[in-house]
Ligand binder design. Structure first.
Ligand SMILES: *Cc1c(COP(=O)(O)O)cnc(C)c1O
Ligand SMILES: [Zn+2]
Length: 368
């Protein structure tokens, strides 16, 4: 038995998204719902005040839980590039982040919180990107890091995690199995559990802040859905801005899943609750058969009058190639899913659409 976490400060107040129970639970409510950090009203501030600060994730610190000394690697402030091929289309290049995916936006908050709460080690499950990201911040913060990985993690991502000195444990099974294992290990042997939970959602809001900061308003934001954390964080970010008058028109969120793993899309289209599946797709970063934030993703889709779109592995490979060859942007298959969906959507040309290119191409060189 390891030593349990000594909490020096108390964690932020949270509320269950399903049954509304309030408390200090950071992970899941007893009812099974996702829990969300509760904020008092945000301070009134202007875009002018915000824009006087450097353009990166911490420019928007007023909207996160308070962290006195964050562990930061200069995350966020990623490029927004307009498309050569399609008028009105922009790409948000999340591969620009320190470890090559948007996960760094969540990891800076999550690992900093772990450290502030007195943790010495972090434990998590990951298909690769979350593991590489948390590992980097843990290394910088002087925390030990153990990652439980499913069978389909790419060699490139394994190498990235090893580089940061992570302890890797292979799980016989998919991401859902790895997530259950990480939860159990953190509970039984101690260690701060990281992953797609409440603290991470705080950080991933910053993509929404940057999009509004750069474009003023956006009509459509197209994102891949794995656990559904990214899409629900984005929605929360837009809501936070609207709550203080920094955003007038809410965008439509378009969530994309792979043909071989589409529990959220199926639930949205069929108007039923999430049904767990066994993932079969090359898009390993979105191969989450039992999405942790599935219900929150459904809420983001309906509240934004959005859509759920399904793309095949072939369509992702074709989209990756087209983005690389015609736009000069390479992405792993999951990050190309939005562009694959964009091709099928036929959105009006006069609308501003952003495809979030979630992860760098160097993370998966097999499916080029
Ligand atoms: C994590 C990840 C996703 C999926 O995000 P969720 O928050 O799990 O929905 C998509 N693409 C890439 C590259 C990722 O790393
Ligand atoms: Zn609940």
């Amino acid at each position: 038995m390891g030593r349990p976490i000594q909490y020096r400060r108390t964690p932020p107040p949270t509320r269950c998204a399903l049954c509304q129970t309030q408390g200090k639970e950071l992970y899941r409510c007893l009812c099974g719902g996702s829990v969300e950090v509760m904020h008092p009203a945000f301070p009134r501030l202007s875009w002018r005040t915000i824009r006087a600060r450097p353009f990166h994730h911490w420019r928007y610190h007023d909207f996160y839980i308070h962290i006195p000394r964050p562990i930061s690697l200069g995350e966020g402030g990623t490029s927004l590039i307009h498309s050569i091929q399609d008028r009105g289309l922009h790409f948000k290049i999340e591969g620009d982040n320190p470890t090559g995916s948007f996960k760094d936006r969540g990891s800076t908050i999550e690992v900093s919180s772990a450290q502030a709460l007195g943790a010495r080690k972090v434990v998590l499950a990951s298909t690769g990107n979350m593991g590489a990201s948390v590992a980097a911040y843990a290394a910088r913060g002087g925390l030990e890091c153990t990652v439980y990985i499913p069978h389909n993690t790419t060699e490139e991502k394994l190498g990235e995690m090893r580089a940061f000195g992570t302890k890797l444990v292979k799980v016989r099974g998919d991401y859902t199995k790895a997530a259950a294992t990480a939860r159990k290990v953190a509970r039984d042997r101690g260690g701060f559990l990281c992953g797609d939970y409440s603290l991470r959602r705080e950080g991933e809001k910053s993509i929404a802040f940057e999009l509004v900061d750069s474009l003023g308003s956006v009509d459509n934001v197209v994102v891949p859905m794995g656990n559904g954390t990214l899409i629900s964080s984005l929605w929360q970010g837009f809501c936070d801005l609207a709550s203080v008058g920094l955003l007038r028109q809410m965008p439509r969120l378009i969530g994309v899943q792979a043909q071989g793993c589409k529990p959220i899309a199926d639930a949205f289209v069929g108007r039923h609750s999430i049904r767990t599946v066994m993932p079969r797709t090359i898009a390993s970063a979105i191969a989450c058969g039992d999405p942790l934030d599935g219900e929150l993703a459904l809420r983001a889709l309906s509240a934004s009058r959005g859509r759920a779109v399904v793309v095949s592995d072939k369509e992702m490979v074709v989209a990756r190639r087209a983005m690389a060859r015609h736009e000069g942007i390479d992405s792993e298959p999951s990050g190309a899913a939005p562009y694959a969906a964009f091709g099928k959507l036929k959105l009006p040309k006069d609308q501003v659409t952003v495809c979030v290119v979630t992860g760098h191409g160097l993370k998966d060189l097999k499916n080029v």
